[in-house]
Design a binder for this molecule. Structure first.
Ligand SMILES: [Zn+2]
Length: 268
């Protein structure tokens, strides 16, 4: 293979007939909420085969955020909010990790080794970044910057789901609010979720946001000082369409209340 062909092969990880990494709903929507979904899909570029991982493992939470796509679609529709989502598996490249950290292209996830990620060289890692990570984050940046130019208020909400049991430990929370530097949205969201009598609400549980373990919130939300938070819903609650619809309805009602409150405070 010539050097030129080799370059083409590594910069074009995705064939022309393969699905684009970025999925969008409601791009012209009027809501201040901008929804992102880093772990929306579990596609794998054909060139990477199955990464050496069995189909049953690839259906688990290690490959994507189970159930969140259905919630994101319904919530985007109900709020009339723009949704930007990423269709490739987090096992190919994790779109919520800085590319410099080891878990960006994980060699192991929970207890499952990912053979296709072992011994990956810098060039192959760069090809994944260029083909999947960069277009997704470029699109989010473009959308936010356009909104800022046009003085359209933006509240960034990053949607995720978490496995009910991790490494043998059961998690009691139904939903978690994950945050770091923003002090406007997280307390409001926690207050309204805690007012729901049937919910166990995590405050920075089961994870918290940090510059090393996250990308979307620190880079798109915090660096631009946007009002922001991440939401994590437990996967067993949104495993089917009925659960996804219920959670989208609940969150849509709560976010409508938040919009009213942010407007009253003149924060948007
Ligand atoms: Zn996630």
């Amino acid at each position: 293979m010539s050097a030129l062909q080799d370059n083409n092969a590594t910069s074009a990880l995705l064939g022309n007939d393969e699905v684009a990494p970025v999925h969008e709903d409601n791009a012209a929507a009027g809501s201040p909420f901008l929804l992102t979904c880093d772990h929306y899909g579990r596609a794998i570029p054909r060139m990477l085969g199955d990464l050496g991982v069995s189909e049953s493992e690839l259906a688990r939470h290690i490959a994507w955020d189970i159930g969140i796509a259905g919630v994101a679609h319904a919530l985007s529709k109900q709020l009339d909010a723009h949704l930007i989502a990423q269709r490739y598996s987090r096992l190919v490249i994790d779109c919520n990790r800085p590319p410099r950290v080891a878990s960006s292209i994980p060699r192991i996830s929970e207890a499952t080794p990912i053979p296709g990620n072992e011994n990956i060289d810098a060039e192959a890692a760069q090809a994944r970044r260029q083909s999947i990570f960069d277009p997704y984050h470029r699109r989010i940046a473009e959308v936010i910057e356009r909104r800022m130019r046009l003085k359209i208020p933006t509240v960034l909400v990053s949607l995720h789901s978490f496995t009910p049991v991790y490494a043998g430990v059961a998690r009691p929370w139904h939903i978690g609010v994950l945050h770091h530097r923003d002090t406007r949205l997280p307390p409001l969201l926690l207050e309204l979720l805690r007012a729901e009598p049937d919910l166990v609400v995590g405050d920075n549980e089961p994870y918290s946001v940090s510059d090393d373990t996250d990308y979307t919130i620190p880079i798109h939300g915090e660096k631009r000082r946007l009002i922001n938070a991440a939401v994590e819903i437990r996967q067993d609650l949104i495993a089917d369409q009925a659960g996804q619809r219920q959670w989208a309805e609940r969150l849509s009602r709560i976010f409508a209340g938040i919009e009213t409150s942010l407007r009253a405070q003149r924060l948007i």
